[in-house]
Design a protein around this ligand. Structure first.
Ligand code: PRP
Length: 178
C-alpha cells in the first residue's frame, strides 16, 4: 500500500488519543443515561469500535446504511436507506457516529430522518470534518479533527472500497485515482 499513499495526515496514536478524549466527554455528558450509538455504515465501523471500547458507559449499538440516489455524485443530498435501524429510538438518547462530514448533506438528511422518530436527544460524533467542503452547516457536538479538503483514506474511509483498514488517516497519491 506504500506507493498508493501520498502522506499520513493523522497518525494512529493521535487518532486513538482523540477518540479516547471524545469518549471521556461522552461518558461525562451521558452519565446516568441510557445511550444508543448509531453508526453509519460502512465508514463508521472503525470509529464506532474504538469509541465504544473507550467508553465506560454501557451503551447499545445499532447501524444504518445509506447511499445517494442514482449515479450522480454522492453529495446530491438525496439519500436512500439501504439498512434501517433495528431499534425503535423514540424516547432514546441517540448519538450518531460518523467517520467524516464532507458536504454535510448525508448528516443533514439523517438528522431530519431520525428526528422525526422522536428520540429524547440526538447528537453527532464525527472523527473528521472538512470545513472547506461544507454545503450545509451541521451542528456537531463531538468532532475529532478538522482537516483540509483533500481525498482522505484509512480508518474506515475508502477509495473504491479499498484502504478502509489502514489504522491512520492518509491522503491518496494522485496516480491511484487519475
Ligand atoms: C461517507 C461518510 C459519510 C458521508 C459524508 O460515506 O461516511 O456518511 O460520506 O459525506 P457528505 O458530508 O458529503 O454527505 P460514503 O457515502 O462514502 O459511504 P461509506 O461510509 O460506505 O464509505
Amino acid at each position: 500500500m506504500g506507493q498508493d499513499l501520498e502522506k499520513v495526515l493523522i497518525p494512529e496514536d493521535e487518532l486513538q488519543a482523540k477518540i479516547k478524549e471524545l469518549a471521556a466527554r461522552i461518558d461525562q455528558d451521558y452519565a446516568g443515561k441510557d445511550l444508543l450509538l448509531v453508526g453509519v455504515l460502512k465508514g463508521a465501523v472503525m470509529v464506532m469500535a474504538d469509541l465504544a471500547k473507550y467508553l465506560h458507559l454501557g451503551v447499545q449499538m445499532d447501524w444504518m446504511a445509506v447511499s445517494s440516489y442514482g449515479a450522480g455524485t454522492k453529495s446530491s443530498g438525496v439519500v436512500r436507506v439501504l439498512k434501517d435501524l433495528d431499534t425503535d429510538i423514540m424516547g432514546r438518547h441517540v448519538l450518531i457516529v460518523e467517520d467524516i462530514i464532507d458536504s454535510g448533506l448525508t448528516l443533514h438528511w439523517l438528522l431530519e430522518n431520525l428526528k422525526s422518530r422522536d428520540p429524547a436527544s440526538l447528537e453527532i460524533c464525527a472523527a473528521l470534518r472538512k470545513p472547506d467542503a461544507v454545503k450545509v452547516p451541521i451542528d456537531v457536538k463531538y468532532v475529532g479533527f478538522d482537516i483540509p479538503n483533500e481525498f482522505v483514506i484509512g480508518y474506515g474511509l475508502d477509495y473504491a472500497e479499498r484502504y478502509r483498514n489502514l489504522p491512520f488517516i492518509g491522503t491518496l497519491a494522485p496516480h491511484v485515482y487519475k
